[in-house]
Design a protein around this ligand. Structure first.
Ligand code: ZN
Length: 242
């Protein structure tokens, strides 16, 4: 049997503990909901961790056994210790662990470190309709996804989104308040693949939408390490001449 992709779903998990509206929307926590739909896939092995776990749910020991990290954070980015950020960053850049930051994780320490920009954006909570247009239908993450995905009520994000130009831009969102936003952004950093995916406000139900779930499943498969050659870096001898 083919090796399973080991996924860790990390969540800040404060809104769903302390705020009624978020608790009602995601009684198992956002991480629990994502774990449940990913666990239906026979090629995934899924674990979860949260900010209030020992070591904030991030350690070298744990991550060395993880192929893809899905990450949801919002109000408590600053609490995440720098050591955890360093551990995640090394696993991505040196070892090729995939990284999928969701929604408000655009402002996480780790995403900002990987991007090198502020990653700030325009936003409002107005329950507007969002339409995510898929503009690269040939990309592996597009597998089985329709031309657009509609979310009836979401938090609005708008440009400018202060990120480096993505290696591949997969989705552009339109909101009925008038904004557009780069909602699905692929990057390679060192050995690692990164996919930022916008939907997922804690009191809106985006993670229950089958097409949104399918994008995240596809992204896990795309971001998993490639098992390519280990790079040889530094001073090198010439090839023997024939
Ligand atoms: Zn939000």
């Amino acid at each position: 049997m083919a090796k399973k992709i080991k996924v860790l779903v990390w969540n800040e998990f404060r809104h769903e503990k302390y705020e009624e509206s978020a608790k009602n929307m995601y009684p198992k926590g956002i991480h629990g909901t994502i774990r449940d739909f990913l666990s239906n896939e026979t090629d995934f092995e899924v674990r979860t961790a949260t900010l209030d776990d020992p070591q904030q749910g991030i350690s070298e020991e744990l991550l060395k056994d993880i192929d893809v990290l899905i990450y949801w954070g919002h109000n408590y980015h600053d609490e995440v210790r720098d050591e955890a950020v360093e551990i995640i960053s090394k696993r991505i850049i040196h070892d090729g662990m995939g990284f999928i930051p969701l929604h408000s994780s655009h402002e996480s320490k780790i995403f900002r470190k990987l991007m090198g920009t502020t990653c700030l954006l325009k936003w409002r909570e107005a329950n507007e309709k969002e339409r995510l247009w898929l503009i690269e239908p040939g990309h592996p993450i597009a597998n089985g996804i329709p031309e657009y995905i509609e979310i009836e009520h979401e938090e609005t994000y708008g440009e400018r989104f202060d990120i480096p130009t993505p290696d591949t831009l997969l989705f552009i969102s339109w909101f009925d308040g008038g904004e557009v936003f780069r909602s699905g952004c692929c990057y390679i950093r060192g050995m690692g693949k990164i996919f930022y995916f916008r939907p997922g406000h804690e009191i809106c139900g985006a993670y229950y939408i089958p097409e949104i779930q399918q994008v995240i499943k596809n992204a896990v498969r795309w971001a998993a390490p490639s098992n390519g050659p280990i790079p040889i870096l530094g001073k090198a001898r010439p090839f023997p001449r024939t």
